[in-house]
Design a protein around this ligand. Structure first.
Ligand code: SF4
Length: 73
């Protein structure tokens, strides 16, 4: 699984972009976007997902329920 950013609440501040250890987040015009192929839910890097930790809008960075949970190997 990966996290995703709700484009309805993201203010495109970009705070999360440089915090992601996997460089999975890119800034777009109106919202930041997480590449699910790169997101590892911060497993192995941090106890908490960094995008969630730094996002100023609670509930904007959320688990993408459409994908299986990330499993570290
Ligand atoms: Fe990057 Fe971690 Fe957020 Fe995934 S959960 S996008 S790895 S900061």
């Amino acid at each position: 699984m990966a996290y995703k950013i709700k484009d309805t609440t993201c203010i495109a501040c970009g705070a999360c972009v440089c915090e992601c250890p996997n460089h999975a987040i890119s800034s777009q015009d109106f919202a930041s976007v997480i590449d699910p192929a790169k997101c590892t839910e911060c497993v192995g890097f941090f106890a908490e997902p960094q995008c969630v930790s730094v996002c100023p809008i609670p509930g904007t960075c959320i688990i993408n329920q459409d994908l299986p949970r990330y499993a570290a190997v």
